[in-house]
Design a protein around this ligand. Structure first.
Ligand SMILES: NC(=O)C1=CN([C@@H]2O[C@H](COP(=O)(O)OP(=O)(O)OC[C@H]3O[C@@H](n4cnc5c(N)ncnc54)[C@H](OP(=O)(O)O)[C@@H]3O)[C@@H](O)[C@H]2O)C=CC1
Ligand SMILES: CC(C)(CO)C(=O)C(=O)O
Length: 342
């Protein structure tokens, strides 16, 4: 096999990596998996990787490896580990990555710089993913609803390899190919702050966003204040309209945007965020500090106050360590903090 023939490698074959791998396989595109969870690897080896979709279950029988027995040379890597594992995973990938290989960050957060530090900016592809998926049991991923995706070069612009990747993903859908993935990533950080806040309570994302509009909208506004200072041109996606949450946005326009967002979230069969799932089901640390501490640091550098975001990160950390329990009073307190601020 020549380098050009090497399959895609999904590193982190969980909810997102698993979903994309099954769709690549269904498109007839060669793909192999690497995952750190031995139980998941074993289940995939035994029964294939199964993706439950509204139209039935797709099963992909794919080569699957643990970190110790994976191939020594990788070409197109789709990285789909949680953000806090990016550094470790990229360090593992770097010595195995072919000179003309690349790593695509199929993640939430600003992970591209971390990846580029290991493999080089020229071998890093930016991506934004708004898919909805969950690992239900080892070897089984549930498609929890449709969402958007964008792809582009981390160094800027778009390229043939980005267009090729978008074409290879056609069985999943149609990714946007754009030089402004950053605009999507920052918009998702705003939306993601709302989703992260819904993990403070034990109820569905749509209901909590509807009931706690002051804090939800205030969180997005804080993130977008930082994005603006960073010179990022925000991009809308799915039912999320970032312009409605910029400071000074018309109040009626903002409420209408939140109405549409809540209605759309209500159509998704995945009703709780990955953050909620990590705390309540998996009982493991979440991505929230890794996503938002860099945003808070940038806010400080620009002299921008982000009190809601800071409080959100502290509350999530307290939930992770068991210092507090999930409950809607946390969101009432955030709502009240907005009242004090404005
Ligand atoms: N799930 C969703 O609907 C969405 C997720 N995202 C983003 O996608 C990214 C991936 O999330 P998601 O798919 O939900 O996460 P999952 O936890 O479902 O999948 C990640 C997988 O990676 C494995 N893993 C951990 N460390 C390594 C490693 N060093 N090398 C290889 N594999 C490793 C994990 O194993 P173990 O469990 O043992 O750690 C797990 O099986 C995150 O950034 C998330 O925010 C974005 C949009 C939606
Ligand atoms: C809510 C969702 C699925 C939106 O993409 C998400 O980002 C997550 O679960 O982490």
């Amino acid at each position: 096999m020549t380098l050009a023939d090497l399959p895609y490698t999904v590193v982190g074959a969980g909810a997102i990596g698993g979903t994309l791998a099954v769709h690549l396989d269904a498109q007839g595109v060669p793909v192999q998996l690497v995952d750190a969870d031995p139980g998941h690897v074993e289940a995939i080896r035994r029964n294939g990787l199964r993706l439950q979709t509204p139209d039935g279950t797709l099963t992909a029988h794919l080569p699957v490896f643990g970190l110790d027995d994976a191939p020594s040379q990788l070409k197109g890597v789709l990285l789909a580990v949680k953000a806090q594992t990016t550094d470790k995973a990229a360090a593992w990938i770097a010595p195995r990555l072919a000179p003309d290989g690349y790593v695509v960050s199929m993640q939430n957060g600003l992970n591209e710089a971390v990846i580029a530090a290991h493999v080089g900016a020229g071998r890093t592809i930016s991506a934004f993913v708004d898919l909805f998926a969950d690992v239900m049991e080892p070897g089984l991923v549930k498609d929890g609803g449709a969402g958007g995706m964008a792809l582009g070069e981390y160094s800027g612009g778009v390229s043939e390899r980005v267009h090729n990747l978008a074409a290879d993903l056609q069985h999943w859908g149609s990714p946007v190919v754009t030089p402004n993935v950053d605009g999507f990533l920052w918009s998702k950080l705003g939306f993601g702050a709302m989703l992260s806040a819904t993990a403070l309570a034990d109820a569905d994302m749509a209901d909590l966003i509807h009931r706690h509009r002051p804090s939800m909208e205030g969180l997005a506004e804080e993130v977008f204040g930082v994005a603006e200072a960073e010179g990022v041109a925000l991009e809308g996606f799915d039912a999320f309209e970032p312009t409605a949450y910029r400071r000074g946005a018309d109040a009626a326009m903002r409420e209408a945007a939140t109405d549409r967002l809540v209605a759309w979230l209500g159509t998704q069969s995945k009703t709780r965020s990955g953050i909620w799932r990590d705390i309540a089901v998996r009982r493991r640390p979440t991505e929230v500090p890794c996503h938002y501490e860099p945003v808070i640091a940038r806010a400080q550098a620009h002299g921008i106050a982000v009190p809601l975001l800071t409080q959100l990160v502290e509350l999530i950390k307290a939930l992770e360590t068991g210092h507090t329990e999930m409950g809607e009073p946390h969101l009432d307190a955030l709502d009240a903090a907005v009242g004090v601020r404005s």
